[in-house]
Design a protein around this ligand. Structure first.
Ligand code: CAP
Ligand code: MG
Ligand code: MG
Ligand code: MG
Length: 464
């Protein structure tokens, strides 16, 4: 039933898949004409050493690098595949892993559906990858903001403002009490808003807002570009203009690519690397039988060293997504140890037999787990960035679903559609966060907070 080639990619008796040699995966797979086992073996072949025929050039060593199907659930159409992680490009290249596990295989005739649902990294492999450097903890320290989400916005309209108009909206949001402003995902060097002028005007706006409010502010600049030199040029322009901590680098990680994410992480370890995931829906939407889950995307973003990635609003906002997708992803990139769909991922190296060490790992949210020796500790946290159709009335409902306040929220229309303008929109957001922290219902709190009252009136009776 399996031909000799397929047999070389199957080992249902694989002793200990978690022995540290393998990156583990679980796919949802619907075969075309082959049966599950055959199709799974073909996927393992094509996503590691093989092709559609057994070749005469393979060697005993190359066979050791075969990916192995080690478990199959034919009822649920699930297959578990183990990848010897030595086949991946050394020195922590995430792009290379994805080229294997969700590369050609998504185009194979032998499958009618193939979606990578979960992935598991052994500690020994994790150590080879960058992971985040500048994290939400560093951002909180810079802003002196604790115990609540970082309150942000995206400047809207998405594009079309001149640099002066753009900076004006930033100023309004910051003086309304907001912490964090981001470029929208397509903002770049458009002729009506030249990059250097946008940087200059934003700096002036930020200085004015910091002076007026006495509070630190942050702007996340989209540095996605046609080529790395232009991306780096934009980064250097920002670094020359802004103080450390007051800027982040936003990268359209899917359309600009994983190399750009890792280039930024390696060149600028002291900057918050903000992964925008525009076009992820082509891979992640539930209706799409091919691709990978939001959980998988988010775990690879953390591995690659993004300081934060959009993880969705769990259906509370305008984008498709559910708690089962978005919140699982958010928790898996935040915590040091977290349950996924099929794997419990430990993002560190902790002696499993040391019970109390495990104890303080659970308590340690910052992940600076002190191990007995001063060796590699663990992969730092990656911050969920929550955006997409949120507005001040949805902050508390989202926190309830999320279960914590360890995230950045960026509300675009949620601020700039406020009937009284951006400043009022920001004030309404700040007020809804105050209400949450004081455990007061926002309707009650709105009785003496007019901007929030107006936001409730405006957003509650409008559906997207
Ligand atoms: C949100 C947004 C974000 C999406 C991305 C937009 O604007 O700026 O790019 O949230 O989706 O362009 O739609 P609004 P996700 O706040 O006005 O909706 O965060 O799910 O990746
Ligand atoms: Mg490392
Ligand atoms: Mg956007
Ligand atoms: Mg933890």
């Amino acid at each position: 039933m399996l031909n000799p080639k397929q047999k070389a990619y199957l080992n249902l008796d694989l002793k200990d898949p978690k022995n540290g040699e393998y990156l583990l995966t679980v796919y949802h797979l619907v075969p075309n004409k082959l049966n599950m086992l055959q199709a799974a073996a073909e996927v393992a072949a094509e996503s590691s050493t093989g092709t559609n025929f057994k070749v005469n050039t393979e060697t005993a060593f190359s066979r050791e690098m075969n990916a192995l199907v080690y478990k199959v659930d034919t009822k649920k159409n699930l297959v578990w595949i183990a990848y010897p992680w030595r086949i991946f490009d050394r020195n922590g290249n995430v792009q290379n892993i994805l080229t294997y596990v969700v590369g050609n295989v998504l185009g194979m005739k032998e499958v009618k559906a193939l979606k990578l649902l979960d992935v598991w990294f052994p500690s020994a492999m994790l150590e080879q990858y960058d992971g985040p450097s500048y994290t939400l903890d560093d951002m909180r320290k810079y802003l002196n903001v604790y115990g609540r989400p970082i309150l942000g916005t995206i400047i809207k309209p998405k594009i079309g403002l001149t640099s002066a108009e753009y900076a004006e909206v930033c100023y309004d949001f910051w003086v309304g009490g907001g912490d964090f402003v981001k470029n929208d995902e397509p903002q770049a060097d458009q002729d009506f808003c030249p990059y250097d002028k946008m940087v200059k005007h934003v700096k002036e706006a930020m200085d004015k807002a910091v002076k007026k409010t006495g509070k630190k502010k942050i702007h996340s600049f989209n540095v996605s570009a046609a080529d790395f030199d232009t991306m780096i040029k934009r980064c250097e322009m920002i670094r020359k203009t802004f103080e450390k901590g007051s800027y982040a680098f936003l990268i359209d990680g899917i359309t600009a690519g994983w190399m750009s994410v890792q280039t930024l992480r390696r060149k600028y370890p002291d900057v918050f690397i903000h992964f925008h995931r525009a076009s992820h829906g082509a891979y992640t939407r539930r209706e799409n039988p091919f691709g990978f889950s939001v959980l998988v995307l988010s775990k690879f973003a953390r591995l690659a060293g993004a300081s934060g990635i959009h993880t969705g609003t769990a259906g509370v906002g305008k984008m498709s997504g559910s708690p089962g997708e978005d919140i699982i992803a958010a928790h898996n990139i935040l915590h040091l140890k977290e349950r996924g769909y099929f794997f419990d991922q430990l993002w560190g190296k902790v002696q499993a037999n040391d019970k109390d060490l495990i104890e303080n790992v659970h308590k340690d949210l910052a992940h600076h787990v002190v191990l007995d020796d001063d060796s590699w500790r663990g992969v730092k946290k990656c911050c969920p960035i929550i955006s997409g159709g949120l507005n001040p009335t949805l902050l508390k409902p989202f926190i309830a679903v999320m279960g914590n306040v360890d995230f950045i929220t960026t509300m675009g229309a949620g601020c700039h559609a406020h009937p009284w303008g951006t400043q009022a929109g920001a004030k309404a957001l700040v007020q809804s966060c105050e209400a949450y922290k004081k455990k007061i219902d926002i309707k009650k709190y709105a009785r003496n907070h007019k901007e929030l009252a107006e936001a409730i009136k405006f957003f509650s009776n409008r559906k997207i």
